[in-house]
Design a protein around this ligand. Structure first.
Ligand SMILES: [Zn+2]
Length: 318
């Protein structure tokens, strides 16, 4: 997209990427480094998980959380309303007073950035006030091969990008990283491809020659990915809970794309996350809103939400 110096519309950066690709980590670092100065941050989460906004709030000038629906589909109306409200606020301010001249939208991992772009461009109001400046899509180099083979959405996200950031590149051997890069390039030859590790920029030079993965055709009939939120009782037996979670990840790791929860512990709110079968080390959070603790969100397919609830209740019963 070519910048027009006379374009006074709000600049919008759409930050996309599959579940667990490290969007919040990357954005935190970008804000810390002064990228997107003065930006209003909009964070969309498909299910009300209690974490991303807490981690971002410290770095962002101002922030809105859009929770409870993915902005590309079920939460589209909420996104449009939030963007219109930001445009209204800006129009009321005099030119000298205008603080916010840009917005960064961190999408949910289930979002197709192209659908969000279309929603904005098809809105008679927003199209005059907002310019989608860039679509940045993060690709988890560690899990990309698996995701690209099985998930249509992970391909669609790459196809929609202006800029692709391969993440977790320090955890991937060079030949695999080269293959992921070649595949991203094949899916979207126009995009600029960069790399990051733990949120920090990382060089992508000196990679060996590699061919792109031969990706299978995917039927659209695949069972869609859905979020399930479970309230964990405050008096839960933590030993039993961890046994249950490990057993669940072991048995259903292929169906569970992402697990994320915050639990109250004597040391403070504890963040627990898993991507497929890889459980990340638990992290103590500076703060978490009280009503969003002791919740765990499972994102996956091939099971009913009630099966998970029943299984947990059965496992942790006295
Ligand atoms: Zn969506």
């Amino acid at each position: 997209m070519t910048p027009d110096p006379d374009d006074s519309r709000l600049r919008l950066t759409i930050l996309g990427g599959y579940l667990g690709s490290g969007k919040t980590t990357w954005l935190r670092h970008q804000l810390f480094e002064g990228a997107f100065p003065g930006a209003h941050i909009l964070v969309n989460e498909a299910a009300l998980t209690p974490v991303d906004d807490t981690l971002l709030a410290a770095q962002a000038a101002s922030m809105t959380l859009l929770a409870g629906g993915c902005a590309c589909c079920t939460g589209k109306a909420d996104l449009i309303a939030a963007l219109r409200a930001l445009c209204d606020t800006r129009s009321r301010q005099s030119a000298e007073m205008r603080g916010t001249n840009q917005i960064v939208l961190e999408t949910s991992g289930l979002a197709d950035p192209a659908a969000i772009l279309a929603a904005i461009q098809n809105d008679g109001v927003l199209v005059h006030h907002i310019r989608v400046a860039e679509i940045v899509v993060l690709v988890d180099a560690l899990h990309a091969a698996e995701q690209l083979h099985s998930e249509h959405l992970s391909r669609a996200q790459i196809e929609a990008a202006d800029r692709i950031i391969l993440t977790k590149v320090d955890a991937v051997p060079d030949d695999r990283l080269a293959a992921v890069k070649a595949t991203a390039k094949q899916l979207n030859p126009a995009a600029q491809i960069e790399a990051a590790a733990k949120g920090l920029p990382h060089a992508l030079s000196d990679l060996p020659e590699a061919s792109a993965y031969a990706l299978p055709l995917l039927s659209d009939g695949a069972d869609p990915i859905r979020p399930t939120k479970i309230d964990v009782p405050e008096d839960v037996d933590w030993a039993m809970f961890s046994v249950w979670l490990s057993a669940l990840l072991f048995a259903r790791g292929d169906d569970l794309v992402r697990v994320k929860g915050v639990f109250e512990t004597p040391a403070g709110p504890l963040l627990l996350q898993a991507v497929r079968r890889s459980v990340q080390p638990p992290e103590l959070l500076p703060v978490a809103e009280k009503d969003r603790r002791n919740q765990i969100v499972f994102i996956g397919r091939g099971y009913e939400s009630d099966d998970l609830r029943r299984s947990l209740a059965y496992f942790t019963r006295d």
